[in-house]
Design a protein around this ligand. Structure first.
Ligand SMILES: Nc1ncnc2c1ncn2[C@@H]1O[C@H](COP(=O)(O)OP(=O)(O)OP(=O)(O)O)[C@@H](O)[C@H]1O
Length: 583
């Protein structure tokens, strides 16, 4: 969509605000062009001694009233228009956020976070300004230009007007030349600021790694270089704008010189009064604003166009997962993967290759296998973060696609290996999926996840802020807070994706025992535990060994030990490692 269509559509939907602004602006322009006329009349009155003493009071009061009216109308229409145009920014940001929230991992693999942040701020600001300030200045400037020229031509002297307009074609030429460069400079400037944003975002996220590797100075030098380039790009756009402004001054000086030349001659000949010449030069001065506005509007529009050109592809990127299901609740029943194959990119090898398995309601599945085997990918298929190219999955009598996405995801409590804690208290983080949970519910979940005692030792207990602006939790503590969060969610299926990798074996055993107890009180609760540590899955009803995206072994712990394959040798290795650790 072009900027003109986007803004046009917005103006149509907000026609009241734009319409009333236009009416007020018309009033401003009418009052503005009246002022020089009044001044001219007063000067002629004074020169001819018609106006003297108290006779001056009325025209002076009229002049002041005009000035006051211009002021009030100007403030009014600006506020009205700004309060409409900011809505476009809100609309675009909401659309962008909804789009981003609906995208899957494949999309985020291609997009850089800093760039997305720049799009949501700088680029949308630029579009909003094109619909606000640019409209404001453009409309105001055009109306003033038309009215001033009309009154100069028809109301003062047409010969003077034609002479005064002589330098303007050169001005138009300069405007056309400069406009060609501003667009490129604005695109460049937005892109460079986006790169700068990206660098800041990534450096701050990885600040500890940079510090540990002693790379702070290198990162600071990169930052300085990117800032320099961004500033240069922005300077380049400003240089083109700056080249325009003196051209306005030059044009008006030339126009004034020509006007005074011819005007002086006409006054001397008695064909023009001195008051009319004064008001004409005042009108000429009133053309400064429309001409400056033209340059300003141009740069705002070019910036808006550049912002939209960057934003549009993002809004148009098809969703990797389509939410068209209608079933509102996941029913009780088996979970089945049938011949599921998935690869992340078209040319990439399959992360899952013809995977089929069934998990009965209330059962636990153990997913094991070497690193990169496809365990997390299988869980992503279940969460519908990844859509298989072949085969599919069903649960509780429906395919996954038949469920509304939110309903499916609400039925699953997922704990990733590196869970995210929001900038909130521990209690709020645990109660994320159930904000109405009582403190007792939260503590029960924390006890089951074996994190309760740790939390009591935090400075403010459950009210201790964590996340980016709070205390730093260890990897194992973060994982256990996330497990507590998942348990409190009361979902039908618990997905632990290597979620115990950072806790010691003793704590892991305690958590697994608590889960066993929980399943005795909630027999319908199913679980999938993906783990490198086989001790986490020995009690599972079914253990599946994935390797290179294929299922290479399946069975219970005892059955797999009896087969003497990958699982059995891995088990022996891990047992040996555990006994060496114990020595
Ligand atoms: N977003 C992604 N884009 C491209 N390839 C990916 C992506 N995520 C995973 N892969 C690749 O898919 C394959 C399976 O990865 P997956 O994360 O499912 O393995 P895993 O068994 O969970 O590994 P780990 O035990 O190390 O967590 C790997 O080769 C991995 O490099």
């Amino acid at each position: 969509m072009s900027l003109a269509r986007l803004v046009g559509d917005f103006v149509r939907r907000n026609w009241r605000a734009y319409g009333s602004s236009a009416v007020m602006l018309f009033g401003v322009a009418a009052c503005t062009v009246w002022v020089p006329r009044k001044v001219g009349e007063m000067i002629d009155g004074l020169a001819s001694h018609r106006l003297a003493g108290s006779d001056l009071l009325l025209p002076l009061a009229e002049l002041l009233a005009l000035g006051l009216a211009i002021y009030v109308l100007r403030v009014g229409w600006r506020i009205r228009l700004y309060s409409a145009s900011y809505k476009l920014g809100v609309e675009l940001r909401t659309r962008l956020y909804a789009r981003l929230a609906a995208q899957g991992p494949a999309f985020y693999q291609r997009q850089r976070t800093g760039d997305l942040m720049a799009l949501g701020t700088n680029d949308i600001d630029a579009i909003e300004q094109a619909a606000g300030e640019a409209m404001l200045a453009g409309f105001d400037g055009t109306l003033t230009l038309v009215m001033v020229l009309a009154i100069m031509f028809l109301g003062v002297d047409w010969r003077l007007t034609l002479i005064a307009l002589l330098p303007f074609p050169f001005m138009a030429l300069a405007f056309w030349y400069i406009s060609r460069h501003i667009h490129a400079a604005e695109v460049d400037s937005l892109q460079r600021f986006s790169k700068l944003n990206d660098h800041v975002q990534e450096s701050l996220s990885g600040v500890r790694t940079l510090r540990a590797l002693g790379l702070e100075q290198r990162s600071a030098a990169q930052f300085a270089e990117l800032t320099q380039r961004a500033a240069q790009a922005s300077l380049s756009a400003q240089k083109w704008e700056a080249a325009y402004e003196p051209a306005v001054g030059l044009t008006l000086t030339a126009a004034s010189a020509l006007t005074l030349g011819l005007g002086g001659y006409l006054v001397w000949n008695g064909q023009l009064t001195i008051g009319a010449l004064t008001s004409f030069t005042m009108y000429l001065g009133q053309l400064i604003w429309p001409m400056f506005a033209a340059g300003w509007v141009l740069s705002l529009i070019e910036r808006g166009r550049a912002g939209l050109a960057r934003l549009q592809p993002l809004l148009d990127t098809p969703l990797s997962v389509v939410d068209e299901g209608t079933v509102e609740k996941v029913g009780h029943g088996a979970l089945t993967f049938s011949n599921v194959s998935f690869s992340y990119g078209q040319d990439e090898r399959r992360a899952l290759d013809d995977v089929s398995l069934t998990l009965g309601p209330g059962q636990t599945l153990g997913l094991v296998g070497p690193t990169g085997a496809g365990k997390s990918t299988l869980l992503r298929v279940l969460l519908r973060q990844a859509e298989p190219q072949h085969g599919g999955a069903s649960w509780g009598g429906h395919t996954l696609e038949q469920y509304r996405l939110a309903a499916l995801r609400a039925a699953i409590a997922w704990v990733p290996q590196e869970p995210f804690l929001f900038s909130a208290t521990v209690a709020e983080n645990i109660a994320l999926a159930r904000p109405d949970a009582t403190r007792a519910d939260i503590e029960d979940a924390a006890k089951m996840a074996a994190i309760h005692d740790d939390i009591l030792r935090f400075p403010q207990g459950y009210d201790t802020p964590v996340g980016e602006r709070g205390i730093t939790l260890s990897g194992g503590q973060r994982q256990r807070v996330a497990i507590a969060r998942a348990l409190l969610a009361h979902s039908a299926l618990l997905l632990l994706d290597d979620a115990l990798s950072a806790v010691d074996t003793g704590t892991e055993t305690r958590i697994l025992e608590h889960l066993d107890q929980l399943r005795r009180t909630r027999p319908e609760l199913s679980a999938i535990i993906a783990s490198h540590r086989l001790s986490a899955v020995i009690k599972a009803d079914l253990i599946v060994v994935l390797k290179g995206g294929h299922i290479i072994e399946r069975g219970t712990h005892d059955e797999l030990l009896a087969r003497d394959g990958w699982y059995a040798s891995q088990w022996r290795y891990q047992q040996l490692e555990a006994s060496l650790d114990a020595i």
